[in-house]
Ligand binder design. Structure first.
Ligand code: CMC
Length: 429
C-alpha cells in the first residue's frame, strides 16, 4: 500500500480511502470500510472501475495492447513456449526447469482418461446438443466422479483437482464432439503432446490411422496459449464468485464454462465466423459496417471491441499470423472467409465510428477461421476456448482459496423497488 490517501467528502464529513499501489497499472482506492464508516455503497454495474481481488497472475495494459502472464509478454510465449509450459507458469508463478516440466507433463498425461462411467453419462445427452451444453453438465458432474479432489481445504486435493481438469477438459470436449457427430469416443494417447492429443481425439477414427500434422498441432497449441488467462474477465470472475462460497472446484469451472458460452465473451468466436459467413463476399462489407454503427439494429461486429483493450488485442495479431500460416499450409490461403475478415478489418480500422470508440479486432476475430480450416465445426470453437482457459480459471481459483483475505463475494445493490407495503388478500386484488 502507498502512503497516499484519497478523501471522500459526503454530507459535511470527510472519509479517508487508502490507496493501493500495484506493481504496474493504475492506483486502486480501498473502499472496504466505506459502508461501515459512511453508510454508503459504491455503484459500478459491469465492474468498469472496480477491482474485486488482488492477483499476481496476469496483467493487461489495454491502452498499450499488452498482455503479460506472470510478467512474460504473450507474444514471446506464443512464439517460444508450449501450452503445458504456460500452464505451469500460470499455476506456479515461474517458468519450469526441464525436470519440473517433465514431471508436470507426466502428471497431466497420467490424468487424461476420464472415468469409464462418464461414457455412459454422455449417452444421456441428445446427439444434437451444443458441445458447450454438454461440457457445462459433464464438467460439473466431475464432482460426482472424483470425490477425492473436492475438499477445498486440503491443498493436495486442490492440486489434484487442478491437474485433473487441465488433463481431462480436452478429453471431455473431444467426447462432446465425437458424440455430436455419431462417432466412437477416441481414448487419449499419452505419447502425443497436449494439443496433438486433442486433435487426435477429435479427428482419429478406429477404422484408419490419423497422423497429427505438426503445423496444425503448433497452431492449436498457440490458440491454447493465447486463451490461457485474461485476468478478471466475466468467466474468471464467475469462477471466483462461485468458489468464494466454498463450492467444489469442478462446480466452479462448470460455472466458468457456462459464463464463457455467451456471445459477448467466449461465444464470440462462433458468432464471428457465422457473421463472416453471412457477409460472404467483400462487396457486402459496407452494409454490415453500417448495421454495426446503427444502434437500432442490435447488431455488433463480432470479434471487435473489448472492455479492456483500447488498442489492438495482442492475441489477435498472433492469431492473424497463425491464420495465414495454417491456411497457407492447407493450400486455402484464398479462403473467402479470410479475405472477408481482412477486408472487414481494414475498413473498420479506418472508419470514424470504430476509430473514435477504439474498437479493434479481438482474439476471436481470426481464431474461428483457423479452427474451421482445421476441420472443426463452429459449435466446437467455444469448447476449445474453454479447454484453453481452464488453466487460467483454476490458477485464479487456487490463488483465491489460498488468499487469507478471501471472503464470500457478495455485491450490494442500488435498490429501486417498492418500499414496505402490506400483503393484499387474493380476493381484494
Ligand atoms: N460493434 C459495434 N459497436 C460496438 C462494438 C462492436 N463489436 N463493441 C462496442 N461497440 C460500441 C458500443 O455500441 C458502445 O457505443 P456507445 O458508446 O455509442 O454506446 C461502445 O462501443 C462501447 O461499447 P460497450 O458495450 O459499452 O463496451 P463493453 O466494454 O461493455 O463491451 C464487448 C465489450 C467485448 C462486450 C463489446 O465490444 C462487444 O460486444 N464486442 C463483440 C463481441 C466480442 O467480440 N466479444 C469477444 C471479446 S474478446 C474474447 C473474450 O475475452 O471473451
Amino acid at each position: 500500500m502507498s502512503d497516499k490517501v484519497a478523501k471522500l467528502s459526503l454530507d459535511g464529513k470527510t472519509y479517508d480511502l487508502p490507496v493501493h499501489k500495484p506493481t504496474v497499472g493504475p492506483d486502486v482506492l480501498d473502499i472496504r470500510k466505506l459502508y461501515g464508516e459512511a453508510d454508503v455503497f459504491t455503484y459500478d454495474p459491469g465492474f468498469t472501475s472496480t477491482a474485486a481481488c488482488e492477483s499476481a497472475i496476469t496483467y493487461i495494459d489495454g491502452d498499450k495492447g499488452e498482455l503479460l502472464y506472470r510478467g512474460y509478454p504473450i507474444e514471446q510465449l506464443a512464439e517460444k513456449s508450449t501450452h503445458l509450459e504456460v500452464c505451469y507458469l500460470l499455476l506456479y508463478g515461474e517458468l519450469p526447469t526441464a525436470s519440473q516440466l517433465a514431471d508436470f507433463t507426466n502428471r497431466v498425461t497420467n490424468h487424461t482418461m476420464v472415468h469409464e462411467q462418464m461414457h455412459y453419462f454422455f449417452r444421456g445427452f441428445r446427439r444434437d446438443a451444443h458441445p458447450m451444453a454438454t461440457m457445462v453438465g459433464v464438467v460439473g458432474a466431475m464432482a460426482a466422479f472424483y470425490h477425492d479432489s473436492t475438499d477445498i481445504t486440503d491443498p493436495w486435493q486442490r492440486e489434484v483437482a487442478a491437474i485433473r481438469m487441465i488433463a481431462k477438459l480436452p478429453t471431455i470436449a473431444s467426447m462432446a464432439y465425437k458424440y455430436s457427430v455419431g462417432q466412437p469416443f477416441v481414448y487419449p494417447k499419452n505419447s502425443l503432446s497436449y494439443s496433438g492429443n486433442f486433435l487426435h481425439m477429435c479427428f482419429a477414427v478406429p477404422a484408419e490411422d490419423y497422423v497429427v500434422n505438426p503445423v496444425l498441432e503448433k497452431a492449436m497449441d498457440r490458440i491454447m496459449m493465447l486463451h490461457a488467462d485474461h485476468e478478471q474477465n466475466a468467466s474468471t470472475s464467475t469462477v471466483r464468485l462461485a468458489g468464494s462460497s466454498g463450492a467444489n472446484p469442478f462446480a466452479c469451472i462448470a460455472a466458468g464454462i457456462a459464463c464463457l458460452w455467451g456471445p459477448a465473451h467466449g461465444g464470440a468466436n462462433q458468432a464471428c465466423l457465422e457473421m463472416l459467413k453471412e457477409i460472404g463476399t467483400v462487396d457486402r462489407i459496407p452494409e454490415y459496417i453500417a448495421k454495426a454503427k446503427d444502434k437500432n439494429s442490435g447488431f455488433r461486429l463480432m470479434g471487435f471491441g473489448h472492455r479492456v483493450y483500447k488498442n489492438f488485442d495482442p492475441r489477435a495479431k498472433v492469431m492473424k499470423e497463425s491464420a495465414d500460416e495454417v491456411l497457407g499450409l492447407l493450400g486455402v490461403e484464398n479462403n473467402p472467409l479470410l479475405q472477408v475478415a481482412k477486408e472487414l478489418e481494414r475498413i473498420a480500422l479506418e472508419d470514424e465510428y470504430f476509430v473514435s470508440k477504439k474498437l479493434y479486432p479481438n482474439v476471436d476475430f481470426y481464431s474461428g477461421i483457423i479452427l474451421e480450416a482445421m476441420g472443426f465445426p463452429t459449435s466446437m470453437f467455444t469448447p476449445i476456448f474453454a479447454i484453453s482457459r481452464t488453466v487460467g480459471w483454476i490458477s485464479q481459483w487456487k490463488e483465491m482459496i489460498a488468499d487469507p483475505t478471501q471472503k464470500i463475494g457478495r455485491p450490494r445493490q442500488l435498490y429501486i423497488g417498492p418500499t414496505t407495503r402490506d400483503y393484499v388478500d387474493l380476493r381484494h386484488r
